[in-house]
Design a protein around this ligand. Structure first.
Ligand code: OAD
Length: 272
C-alpha cells in the first residue's frame, strides 16, 4: 500500500528524476528498521537511556576509558549482527541510476572489513553523507559514502595515531591497547570534537553543485551536520525530508514525507 499523497510523491519523484546532482544526508532513523537504536527517540534512543557526557566526550574517555571503550565495542558487535534495510538499498539504486556505476558486492563483515570508500569526485552526480557510524550504507553497496562522525569499526591509537579497523568479535580488553602501548579509542567524533575536514570540505563542494538535497532520518539537532540542511534551504535548493517525526526543518523544506525511511525511500525512488 502506498501511504503517501500521490501528487506529492509524483512531484518529489519528478524533482529527483530531473536533478543533475543529488546530495543525501542520513541520520540514525534510516538504520532504525535494521534494529539499530536512534539517539533521541523516546524510550529506545541511546541518549534517552545513557548520558552522552558519560560516554561520548573526550572528558568521559579520560575519566573512564574502560567504560567508554567497552560500550562502543559492544555497540560495534551488535551493529555487525544487523543488516541493511530497504531504505539503504533504495539509496544504492539511486546512486546507480545517477552515476551509472554498479554497486560493489555487499561485503560480508570480515576481520578486514570493506575497504574505506573513496571520497566521491566533485563531478559525481550523487553524494551520500551520513552521520551514522554503522557502515550499513557501505554494506548495502553504496559506493561513495562520506562519514561525518566516523565509524564503529575504526579505532585510533591515542599515542601513535594508528587507525585500524575491527570487524571481529568483542575486543575483550578495555581499554584496548595499540602495539605501541598506547590506548586505542573509537575513531568517532565525540561532542566537542571537530568533524573530519576532508569530509566537511567535500560536503561544502557537494552543496555548491547539488540541485536536490535529501534529508533522511535525522532529527537535525546536531551541528555542523544539521547545518548542511540549513545551507541547502537557504540556497533555495529543493529539499526533500523523510522522517518519522517533524523536525525543525520540516516547515521549510520543499517536500516532507512522514514515515519510515525503509518504506518511503523505495516508493520515491521507484516512482522516478
Ligand atoms: P536522532 O536520534 O537525533 O534522530 C533520528 C531521527 O530519525 C528522528 O527525527 C526520528 O524521528 C527519525 N526516525 C526514527 N525512525 C525512523 C525511520 N524508521 N524512518 C525515518 N526516520 C526515523 O539521530 P541523528 O539525527 O542521526 O552523533 O543524530 C545526530 C547525531 O547525534 C548522531 O550522529 C550521533 C548523535 O549524538 C555521534 O555519534 C557523533
Amino acid at each position: 500500500m502506498n501511504p503517501l499523497d500521490d501528487a506529492q510523491l509524483a512531484h518529489a519523484a519528478a524533482l529527483l528524476r530531473d536533478a543533475h546532482h543529488v546530495m543525501v544526508l542520513t541520520g540514525a532513523g534510516i538504520s532504525a528498521e535494521s534494529g539499530i537504536p536512534t539517539f533521541r527517540d523516546p524510550l529506545t534512543g541511546l541518549w534517552f537511556n545513557y548520558r552522552p557526557e558519560d560516554l561520548a566526550t573526550p572528558d568521559a574517555f579520560d575519566r573512564d576509558p574502560r567504560k567508554v571503550t567497552q560500550w562502543y565495542d559492544e555497540r560495534r558487535v551488535k551493529v555487525l549482527q544487523c543488516q541493511p534495510n530497504p531504505g539503504h538499498l533504495a539509496l544504492v539504486e539511486l546512486e546507480q541510476r545517477l552515476t551509472g556505476e554498479r554497486a560493489g558486492p555487499s561485503p560480508a563483515p570480515t576481520r578486514a572489513g570493506p575497504s574505506p570508500a573513496p571520497a566521491a569526485p566533485t563531478t559525481s552526480r550523487f553524494h551520500l553523507f551520513t552521520q551514522n557510524v554503522d557502515r550499513l550504507h557501505q554494506r548495502a553497496g553504496s559506493r561513495n559514502v562520506l562519514e561525518l562522525h566516523g565509524a564503529l569499526e575504526s579505532w585510533r591509537c591515542t599515542q601513535c595515531g594508528l587507525v585500524q579497523e575491527e570487524w571481529g568479535d568483542l575486543l575483550g580488553q578495555y581499554p584496548p591497547r595499540c602495539h605501541c602501548g598506547g590506548i586505542r579509542r573509537p575513531d568517532i567524533v565525540w561532542f566537542g570534537e571537530p568533524l573530519p575536514t576532508r569530509v566537511l570540505d567535500a560536503a561544502q563542494q557537494a552543496l555548491m553543485c547539488c540541485d536536490l538535497f535529501l534529508a533522511v532520518g535525522t532529527s537535525g539537532q546536531v551541528y555542523p551536520a544539521a547545518g548542511l540542511i540549513d545551507q541547502a534551504i537557504l540556497s533555495n535548493t529543493a529539499v526533500i525530508e523523510i522522517n518519522a517525526e517533524p523536525t525543525p526543518f520540516t516547515p521549510h523544506v520543499t517536500h516532507h514525507f512522514r514515515g519510515k525511511a525503509g518504506q518511503i525511500l523505495p516508493l520515491l525512488i521507484n516512482a522516478t
